[in-house]
Design a protein around this ligand. Structure first.
Ligand code: EPZ
Length: 423
C-alpha cells in the first residue's frame, strides 16, 4: 500500500495558494440540485469526498462535467431521490443531500450515515429541521425516508449550532411556501458562501454568518443555476501553519481570509511564532533554534471559536513546546485518536475524557504511524516534519478526503516528503 515518508528536522520555506475548502464545496455541490439549470463551481479541490459527491449527483440523474478545477452540474435532469448505500458509505456527509432532494422532488432516501472516526455522528437536528418544514421522516432499519407534499416555512430553533443541520435547513427552506427562520444557526464562513451561492441561484436567503438565518421560500418553483468560486480552506491553512510552527522556517499561504483563522493564529503566535497577514496572504515565521512555548488552554467551539478541525494539527505542533498545554475537545466525543500515534514519536500527552494535556518534550523521533481520521492524519505529518528522522504515515485514504495533494503542497514548502509503496 502507499505510504507517505517525511524527513523531519528541516525548516520549511516557500509559499503556496491553499486549495478550495472541503467544507464549503460539499454543501455547494448538494445545493446545485436546487437549480433546474446549469451551475458552475470554480476552485474545486481534488478530494475523494468531492469525487464521491459528483458520483452521487450523477447517480441522481444530473449531468456533471469537470474541466480542471471547475465543475459544472446541470440538475435539470434530476430524476432519482435515493442515495444507495455504497455511495453513502463513501462519504458520511452525504446527509446534506436530504434537504435539496426534498426541495426539488418532495422525496429523499438514504441509509444512515455511519458513525465515523470521530465517534457517533447523529443527524437528529437535521431530521427535526426537515420535520419542522413539513417533511414526514420515517426511520427504519434499512435507512431513512423523507417525504413532503409541500414544504412550508417554519421557525426552526437548533439546540446546537450544527453546521450540517443549518445547511440542510437552508437548502430545504428555499423551496418552502413562506418564510423560514433558523435560530442558533451555525456561523461558519462556509455557510456564508452557501448563502451567496443560493442567492446567485435566485433564492432569498439572508443572515448567514449570524445566529439567525431567514429564507423566503419559492413555494416549490425550482431555482436557476448559479455560480460560485470556492473559498480557500481555512483548516488546510491551519494545518500548514502548524507544519511551519513544528518544523520552523518561514512560509506564506495565499488565498485564505486571515480573519477566518484568527483563533488558530493567536495560539501559534502565543507559542512564539511570528504571524502576519496582508490581504489574503498569511505568513508564519519561527526560528527552529528557539523552542515553542506552551499556551493557554485550547477549547474547541463553534465558529468563531477555535475550530475542532484544527485541534489535532495544532496539538501536534505543541508536542515539543516548553511547558504543558491543555486541550478541551468540546465538539466531538472521539477526536483524540492521533494521540496514541504521537506517543509513538515520544510525545507526552495525558487524556481524561474530553481533556488532553500536552507536556512538552525535548524532541520527537520518527516512527511508523497510522492515520485514523482526516485531521488526525494531517497532524501526524505536522509532527513528523518537526521530528528527528524519517517517519512513515499509513492510512492516506483518510488524508485524501481533505487534502488534495499533501506531497505537492509540502514540497512547495521545501519539505522532504515522498510517497512510497510499502508491503
Ligand atoms: C461539519 O461537520 C464539518 N464537516 C466538520 O469537518 C466539522 O468538524 C464540523 O462541522 C464542526 O465544525 C463538513 O462541513 C462536511 P456539526 P458536521 O453538525 O456538520 C452534533 C472535517 O474534518 N450533532 O456542526 O457533521 C455532532 O455530533 C470535518 O473537515 C448532533 O448532535 O458537524 C457534533 O458533536 C470533521 N446532531 C456537533 O453537533 C445533529 O443532528 C457539531 O456537529 C448534528 C450534529
Amino acid at each position: 500500500m502507499e505510504a507517505l515518508n517525511i524527513q523531519g528536522g528541516k525548516a520549511l520555506r516557500g509559499e503556496l495558494t491553499v486549495q478550495g475548502a472541503k467544507n464549503s464545496v460539499l454543501p455547494l455541490l448538494a445545493a446545485t440540485l436546487l437549480g433546474s439549470g446549469r451551475s458552475v463551481i470554480r476552485n474545486c479541490p481534488g478530494l475523494t469526498d468531492v469525487t464521491a459527491s459528483l458520483d452521487i449527483l450523477r447517480h441522481l440523474g444530473c449531468s456533471v462535467e469537470t474541466v480542471g478545477d471547475t465543475v459544472a452540474v446541470d440538475a435539470g435532469t434530476l430524476r432519482a431521490c435515493e442515495i444507495p448505500e455504497a455511495l453513502m458509505r463513501a462519504m458520511r456527509s452525504s446527509v446534506i443531500f436530504l434537504g435539496p432532494l426534498l426541495a426539488r422532488l418532495g422525496m429523499a432516501g438514504m441509509c444512515y450515515p455511519g458513525g465515523c472516526e470521530l465517534g457517533p455522528r447523529p443527524i437528529d437536528l437535521h431530521l427535526e429541521a426537515l420535520r419542522a418544514l413539513g417533511s414526514e421522516v420515517s426511520e427504519g432499519t434499512d435507512g431513512l425516508r423523507c417525504a413532503a407534499v409541500c414544504l412550508r416555512g417554519s421557525d426552526i430553533a437548533l439546540s446546537l449550532p450544527s453546521v450540517g443541520a443549518t445547511e440542510n435547513a437552508m437548502l430545504a427552506a428555499t423551496a418552502a411556501k413562506g418564510v423560514t427562520t433558523i435560530q442558533n444557526a451555525a456561523r461558519e464562513p462556509e455557510i456564508v458562501q452557501l448563502q451567496d451561492f443560493l442567492r446567485s441561484m435566485g433564492a432569498d436567503v439572508r443572515g448567514a454568518g449570524t445566529s439567525v438565518i431567514t429564507v423566503r421560500g419559492s413555494g416549490g418553483r425550482p431555482l436557476d443555476g448559479g455560480e460560485v468560486t470556492v473559498m480557500g480552506d481555512r483548516i488546510v491553512a491551519a494545518t500548514y501553519l502548524s507544519c511551519a510552527a513544528a518544523a520552523g522556517g518561514e512560509i506564506c499561504l495565499k488565498g485564505v481570509d486571515y480573519c477566518q483563522l484568527s483563533p488558530v493564529s493567536a495560539i501559534l503566535a502565543e507559542a512564539g511564532c511570528l504571524v502576519r497577514s496582508k490581504g489574503d496572504e498569511i505568513t508564519l515565521k519561527r526560528d527552529p533554534a528557539l523552542p515553542l512555548k506552551a499556551v493557554r488552554p485550547v477549547r474547541t467551539a463553534p465558529y468563531p471559536g477555535f475550530p475542532t478541525d484544527a485541534q489535532a494539527p495544532v496539538m501536534a505542533s505543541l508536542c515539543t513546546a516548553r511547558g504543558a498545554t491543555m486541550f478541551v475537545e468540546n465538539m466531538f466525543s472521539s477526536r483524540y485518536r492521533h494521540i496514541d500515534e504521537l506517543r509513538k514519536m515520544g510525545a507526552d500527552i495525558r487524556t481524561e475524557g474530553r481533556v488532553a494535556v500536552v507536556c512538552g518534550v525535548e524532541r520527537l523521533h520518527a516512527a511508523a504511524l497510522e492515520a485514523h481520521d482526516l485531521r488526525g492524519g494531517a497532524a501526524l505529518a505536522v509532527a513528523a516534519l518537526g521530528a528527528e528522522g524519517e517517519s512513515t504515515i499509513y492510512g492516506l485514504r483518510h488524508i485524501r478526503r481533505g487534502y488534495a495533494d499533501l506531497v505537492r503542497d509540502l514540497t512547495a514548502l521545501d519539505a522532504k516528503v515522498y510517497l512510497a509503496e510499502k508491503e
